[in-house]
Design a protein around this ligand. Structure first.
Ligand SMILES: NC(=O)c1ccc[n+]([C@@H]2O[C@H](COP(=O)([O-])OP(=O)(O)OC[C@H]3O[C@@H](n4cnc5c(N)ncnc54)[C@H](OP(=O)(O)O)[C@@H]3O)[C@@H](O)[C@H]2O)c1
Length: 248
């Protein structure tokens, strides 16, 4: 029997993480661990996905990327259950809608940068036990310094400063991790899921749909599936979206 691919997705109960769980769980060989900070929300999401009769298997894991105790317990659980991790989709993120000033900066950096880094570092030893490990950071085109400097780019306008700064930092972290881990066979990516419907910008329909411009997060999930299937191995160490490479 073929060995299952063990995939942990942080922030899996909503938006991009939820859709990625749906897509990856449609493959019989995959086991998805839904990392969720709120187990009640996680259970609700898990039940919804189970009702679609996925071909793969799914479990739920309490994981708050801002809480070191939660991260340690999550490591213990995955170690006991699987003793390795094949794919980490470091997806949990926020734009901290409804906040401003220091509170907004703290929340955005605590989750998008510190959380992503500390969770990734904590799971690297388990990734190194896989014979085909992937470390995927869910970033954003808004984190591209090149695009922010290009007046022709749709990402040029001055807005979303705090969020953009956090994703630029996440991109730098990805570059550093790639350099450190490539010789250990870990394929590291920064992945932009595209502008898709989610609660990232707030709960109103206007915010969820980004004024009607946001696409289907299942497309983001399919992009991540391509990485997991090995279709993007030649772009490892890069900043990519579903269609190709992005400028850092
Ligand atoms: N949607 C887009 O257009 C878009 C575009 C580019 C990049 N992205 C990126 O995509 C990723 C997912 O965002 P989304 O759009 O799907 O937004 P979302 O629907 O708000 O999902 C964010 C997820 O992160 C979780 N989360 C937040 N803080 C957490 C913490 N401390 N510990 C664990 N989980 C935490 C949330 O959990 P709760 O439900 O408990 O809050 C939720 O499950 C983010 O990294 C975001 O920056 C999104």
């Amino acid at each position: 029997m073929t060995e299952q691919t063990i995939i942990l997705i942080t922030g899996a109960n909503s938006g991009v993480g939820y859709a990625t769980t749906q897509v990856l769980a449609s493959y019989p060989n995959n086991h998805i661990i839904m990392g969720c900070r709120d187990l009640a929300k996680g259970q609700y999401a898990l039940t919804e996905i189970q009702n679609t009769d996925p071909k793969g298997t799914i479990s739920l894991l309490q994981l708050d990327v801002e809480d070191d105790t939660s991260i340690s317990k999550a490591i213990d659980t995955v170690t006991q259950q699987f003793n390795r991790l094949d794919v980490l989709v470091s997806n949990a993120g926020t734009a901290a809608p409804g906040t401003s000033g220091r509170a907004q900066l703290s929340q955005i950096f605590s989750i998008n940068v510190f959380g992503a880094m500390l969770v990734s570092e904590a799971f690297i030893p388990l990734l190194l036990k896989s014979h085909r490990p992937y470390l995927i950071q869910v970033s954003s085109g808004l984190g591209s310094v090149t695009q922010a400097c290009d007046p022709q780019s749709p990402y040029y306008p001055a807005a979303w400063d705090e969020y953009r700064m956090s994703k630029a930092a996440l991109n730098m972290m990805t570059i550093q991790m790639h350099k450190r881990l490539q010789e250990r066979n870990v394929r590291v990516f920064a992945f932009c899921p595209g502008l898709v419907r989610s609660s990232l910008r707030g709960e109103s329909e206007e915010a969820v749909s980004a004024g009607g411009q946001a696409g289907d997060p299942l497309e983001s999930g399919r992009g991540i599936l391509g990485i997991v299937l090995g279709e993007r191995d030649g772009e490892a160490g890069g900043f990519i979206n579903k269609d190709g490479r992005l400028a850092w």
